[in-house]
Design a protein around this ligand. Structure first.
Ligand code: HEC
Length: 126
């Protein structure tokens, strides 16, 4: 009985499905079939890819700091896991925002390799 309550609590809090940024990095690297290159991720993040925005427009060039949404002016919590332990722990959130933000900036979904590079770079930030 007590055991099932623990399981239920874990399910409700979502911790059973919690992942770490490292889990996401290895998943993207496996999908891409190649190791990530953090430096390439840094360039990808600051590049406008021919649009008005880069990732750093909203997340800043130093994503250990809070960002600011370029359109709504709303504050965005830091994207780097070192500064925000909630980042890259929920697949639904990671997938949703990679899809939306990549479409806005790059005009298409990011490839697994691009996601791996960006995440590898974010993980170098302290
Ligand atoms: C127009 C503003 C804007 C731009 C440009 C932008 N983002 Fe975001 N991003 C957001 C907002 C808003 C959220 C969701 C709110 C939050 O999580 O704080 C978010 C969340 C994310 C997340 C979710 C991470 C997590 O686990 O919480 C990822 C990943 C992400 N962005 C990556 C990118 C990448 C990569 C780029 C460039 C291709 C980019 N963003 C460009 C506004 C932006």
């Amino acid at each position: 009985m007590r055991y099932s309550i623990v399981i239920l609590a874990a399910l409700v809090s979502g911790s059973v499905f919690a992942e770490t940024p490292r889990d996401f990095l290895s998943r993207f690297e496996t999908e891409a079939g190649a190791p990530a290159v953090a430096e390439r991720g840094a360039r990808f993040f600051s590049d406008k890819h021919g649009s008005d925005w880069s990732c750093s427009t909203c997340h800043t060039a130093r994503p250990t700091q809070p960002g600011r949404h370029d359109k709504t002016g709303k504050t965005i919590a830091p994207l780097a896991p070192a500064a925000n332990t909630e980042r890259f722990t929920r697949a639904a959130k990671v997938d949703k925002w990679f899809r939306r933000n990549c479409n806005d900036v790059v005009g298409r979904e990011c490839s697994a390799g691009e996601k791996a590079d960006v995440l590898a770079w974010l993980l170098t930030l302290k």
